[in-house]
Design a protein around this ligand. Structure first.
Ligand code: HEC
Ligand code: HEC
Ligand code: HEC
Ligand code: HEC
Ligand code: HEC
Length: 386
């Protein structure tokens, strides 16, 4: 995708880039000041991208009730309240790295992982804990195109955006003060088969979809594709379904029970499933379905990565994972391209009509209530009446 209007525009972009102040200029400093533009203002022109970003977890990262409650509890119970707040805010409301608005008072802070934050990241240095970014908020928006004919702002081509997993690793890989890798999505991806195939995070999470880059078309819109900004993961059933396959390999009946062999395959996730925080688990279950639809003798296998505190107890809340994890426990997640075979001995009561196998995703990141369970997919084997 390298074509464009020519050197004049590029030169203008370079000059603008050179003149952009790194922090807010004089006059805009102080409380309430932000060098970042709100997403809505980008949306005046990039309306389709704005709409899909608005539906993404990124747009809710500093506004979801689950996050607020987790943040509130973390700060409440911490001795160093400012430190705790700082530890929880920089990924969820990254503009605060520049504005210092740790209380999340400014509207831009509550936009979470917002357009103008991502598109003014110049570089990522993973060695720098809790601030891995080189940031240059200002007129130059960095993106996947070599040249752009642009009205409204300057632009610069950025490999970081086009194809580097580091843009994502900045927030999706994290080692805590005890040296435990709390978020391992990037290192997990690196260990799998996808780096060698040249498939970064963007290829799966921001796939090209039909659409107009700018309202009314023109320019790059000859391409008629935009990169999906609805960036979803385990919170979307469609994405889970795309990533995983479930098949019943065989069902062998003997007496009052059935030997069921099942294969769960990670066909299209670039990292083990479940990915992300250790509050997620994948649950495979098998049982006998009765004529009224009830499932009896349900048995489960749970796949997850456990993190433990210094006393060896498995941790359950997001806050504890970040602040108290001292070691990694069992990790039996399904690796990229792995097919895992499991066997169940399912008792089959009189009248049972099928053996049902289900794959579910459970997320207990929200501290306000019960874990949220989503059915990913189901496979069934009908039982002939004896
Ligand atoms: C290094 C970046 C980073 C830091 C630091 C961080 N988070 Fe997160 N947080 C994430 C990511 C990424 C997710 C998305 C889930 C995933 O990857 O599994 C998330 C998800 C969450 C969720 C679930 C949100 C939902 O709507 O379901 C909560 C709650 C949360 N974080 C709270 C916190 C708290 C409290 C802290 C401070 C102790 C914190 N986070 C620090 C990156 C971070
Ligand atoms: C006045 C309209 C307008 C506004 C407002 C606007 N843009 Fe753009 N933007 C454009 C146009 C026009 C292009 C070039 C389209 C083309 O080449 O087809 C563009 C291109 C881009 C690109 C691609 C740059 C590249 O080199 O790959 C990015 C990224 C971008 N805009 C981000 C933003 C962000 C972030 C905001 C809000 C802070 C924003 N834009 C606000 C009109 C606008
Ligand atoms: C998490 C970081 C992130 C956020 C938030 C984000 N973008 Fe992007 N954006 C990207 C990346 C990465 C690409 C390039 C993807 C690729 O080339 O595979 C991109 C591409 C673009 C492009 C070029 C056209 C295209 O579809 O590739 C425009 C324009 C753009 N973004 C505008 C926006 C606007 C407007 C918002 C907010 C409504 C926004 N972005 C939010 C990371 C982000
Ligand atoms: C500035 C930090 C930051 C950057 C950069 C970032 N993310 Fe995120 N991402 C988050 C946070 C925080 C969440 C959790 C949002 C929530 O649920 O509250 C999240 C959520 C997600 C989710 C949804 C997870 C779920 O539970 O469904 C996916 C997928 C994701 N990000 C992919 C990406 C990709 C791909 C990139 C790079 C193009 C990227 N992120 C860049 C901070 C970031
Ligand atoms: C080959 C495609 C592919 C690649 C490459 C890929 N992902 Fe994913 N990702 C998926 C699929 C499919 C899911 C849904 C299954 C799941 O939840 O694990 C997912 C889920 C996620 C989730 C949600 C985890 C959960 O279980 O809630 C996050 C966060 C995420 N990806 C981030 C990333 C980041 C960051 C990278 C790059 C380092 C990346 N992904 C690379 C396909 C991919």
């Amino acid at each position: 995708m390298r074509h464009g209007p020519g050197p004049r525009v590029v030169l203008a972009a370079i000059l603008l880039w050179a003149g952009v102040p790194v922090l807010a200029g004089p006059g805009s400093a102080g409380a309430g000041a932000s060098p970042y533009e709100p997403a809505k203002s980008c949306g005046r022109c990039h309306d389709a991208i704005f709409k899909s970003w608005s539906e993404s977890p990124h747009s809710r990262s500093a506004a979801s009730p689950a996050y607020f409650e987790a943040l509130r509890r973390t700060v409440e119970t911490a001795t160093d309240k400012d430190g705790a707040r700082r530890a929880c805010v920089w990924c969820h409301a990254p503009t605060t790295l520049i504005t210092g608005d740790l209380e999340l008072q400014q509207p831009i802070s509550r936009e979470g992982v917002t357009c103008d934050f991502c598109h003014t990241v110049v570089d990522v240095d993973m060695e720098k804990a809790e601030h891995p970014f080189v940031l240059e908020p200002g007129r130059v928006k960095r993106g996947p195109f070599e040249y752009s004919r642009i009205t409204g702002h300057a632009s610069a081509y950025s490999f970081l955006h086009r194809a580097s997993p580091l843009l994502c690793a900045s927030c999706h890989e994290f080692t805590n003060a005890n040296g435990v890798v709390v978020l391992s999505t990037y290192s997990d991806w690196k260990e799998g088969p996808y780096p060698a195939r040249g498939v970064p995070c963007q290829d799966c999470h921001m796939a090209p979809v039909p659409g107009s880059m700018v309202k009314g078309g023109g320019g790059k819109d000859a391409l008629r594709v935009i990169n999906l900004h609805r960036v979803v993961g385990g919170s979307a059933q469609s994405q889970l379904k795309r990533g995983l396959d479930l098949t019943i390999e065989s069902v062998r009946r003997s007496g009052g029970s059935a030997e069921v062999s099942v294969v769960v395959a990670n066909v299209a996730a670039g990292h083990p499933v479940p990915g992300g925080l250790a509050t997620k688990s994948l649950i495979l279950s098998a049982g006998a379905e009765m004529p009224d639809g009830r499932v009896e003798h349900r048995q489960e296998r749970v796949y997850r990565r456990e993190l433990k505190d210094a006393g060896g107890r498995v941790l359950g809340t997001v806050s504890d994972l970040f602040l108290r994890a001292a070691s990694v426990g069992r990790d039996n997640r399904i690796r990229p391209k792995e097919s895992r075979r499991e066997r169940f001995g399912v008792p089959v009561p009189q009248g049972a009509r099928a053996v049902v196998v289900r794959l579910e995703y459970r997320d207990s990141s929200d501290p306000r209530g019960e874990p949220r369970t989503t059915l990913i997919t189901e496979a069934r084997h009908n039982l002939s009446t004896p």
